[in-house]
Design a protein around this ligand. Structure first.
Ligand SMILES: Cc1cc2nc3c(=O)[nH]c(=O)nc-3n(C[C@H](O)[C@H](O)[C@H](O)COP(=O)(O)OP(=O)(O)OC[C@H]3O[C@@H](n4cnc5c(N)ncnc54)[C@H](O)[C@@H]3O)c2cc1C
Length: 308
């Protein structure tokens, strides 16, 4: 596909929040349509708490605010830890939660304005037979780029819902799909703006940890990332939620691992079984089998620390 053909296929109107994702695509020419700046309503709070202690987070909230808010960290420790772990201090200071959820793929074929791909109106994924070292290990659809949003993975672990100017209380799966739509990074309709994210009442006694595997020490999207939430009482997992990013076209809830943990003794034998189950459903590409080793390693590390 030529440069101009690619441009024609990818020039819808886009919103700009902080512009940390968008400006790179504007610079490269991958995004060329009209822009609408999203302006935070004057005086609108970042985080509001209802009478039951559940949080609603404005889409304009910066990632740095999420990482630094002590009340949020106490209520939803996995969410705060994921926010603190992504990108760089400079990006976190600017980037908004809405922009993080709606950011576009990091695939280098997508980001090259001269290469056609499914997400730019093309009819094939060039990464599939190309260099897909950073691709998915759970191959769920025609596009093999992992979803880039760390916050989406963390919010999945918390069963958070997203409200837009058109729809209310979308789960992360309803917002991002099941990975089978290779043409888009989310299921937002044209003109649909994420307004806020709602979290449930925090689980009493929750412990939660986040960890990523990354190809350089900072300023990079993860190769794999995991959020583990647990409530452990009487030596048993009463609650276990595990969500992973960087490994599939959408963040994944690792249900097989969760069901090993739930109701089981919080000990090394349970961890062994949960780690083994964490890759159920994986079908790595020729270059991405290593991500399953990373996933297993992250799982083991987080579970060992969470029961410690
Ligand atoms: C070096 C580096 C490392 C990074 N590492 C990570 C990482 O590890 N994990 C991670 O998750 N991210 C990472 N990022 C990406 C960063 O988090 C995003 O660029 C940022 O969150 C986007 O937010 P923004 O407000 O700047 O969005 P913008 O750039 O303004 O917008 C991004 C997209 O979202 C859409 N959009 C924005 N707000 C809304 C809204 N409210 N409703 C609907 N659509 C909207 C826009 O139309 C646009 O298409 C990294 C970025 C850099 C530069």
């Amino acid at each position: 596909m030529t440069d101009s053909a690619t441009s024609a296929a990818i020039s819808p109107t886009e919103f700009r929040a902080a512009g940390t994702d968008l400006s790179e695509r504007r610079r490269s020419g991958v995004s060329r349509g009209p822009l609408i700046d999203l302006v935070r309503p004057a005086g609108a709070p970042d985080i509001t708490w209802n009478e039951n202690g559940a949080a609603r987070i404005s889409a304009f909230t910066t990632i740095a605010t999420l990482a630094a808010d002590a009340k949020l960290a106490a209520a939803y420790p996995g969410l705060a830890a994921a926010a603190a772990g992504l990108a760089t201090p400079q990006i976190r200071h600017m980037a908004t939660l809405g922009g993080n959820l709606a950011q576009r793929s990091r695939c280098w074929y997508f980001r090259d304005p001269h290469i056609a791909c499914l997400k730019k109106g093309g009819d094939a994924c060039p990464a599939r037979n190309g260099n897909h070292l950073y691709g998915v290990a759970f191959d769920l659809g025609p596009c093999i780029a992992p979803h880039p949003s760390t916050m989406a993975a963390a919010l999945l672990a918390y069963d958070a819902t997203v409200t837009t100017n058109q729809r209310q209380h979308l789960g992360i799966a309803a917002l991002l799909g099941d990975g089978s739509n290779g043409h888009a990074d989310n299921l937002l309709a044209p003109g649909e703006v994420i307004e806020s994210v709602d979290l449930d009442v925090p689980a009493a006694g929750e412990r939660a940890l986040y960890r990523r595997a990354i190809s350089r020490s900072h300023a990079e999207w993860p190769l794999a990332e995991v959020v583990v939430r647990a409530v452990i009482a009487d030596g048993t997992f009463k609650l276990a939620r595990v969500a992973a990013g960087g490994i599939a076209p959408v963040p994944l809830q690792l249900e097989a691992a969760e069901s090993v943990l739930r109701g089981a003794a919080a000990n090394a034998a349970t961890i062994d079984k949960a780690v083994a189950q964490s890759t159920v459903g994986a079908n790595p590409l020729p270059m991405t089998g290593y991500k399953l080793d990373l996933l297993r390693g992250l799982m083991r590390d987080l579970l060992e620390r969470i029961i410690a």
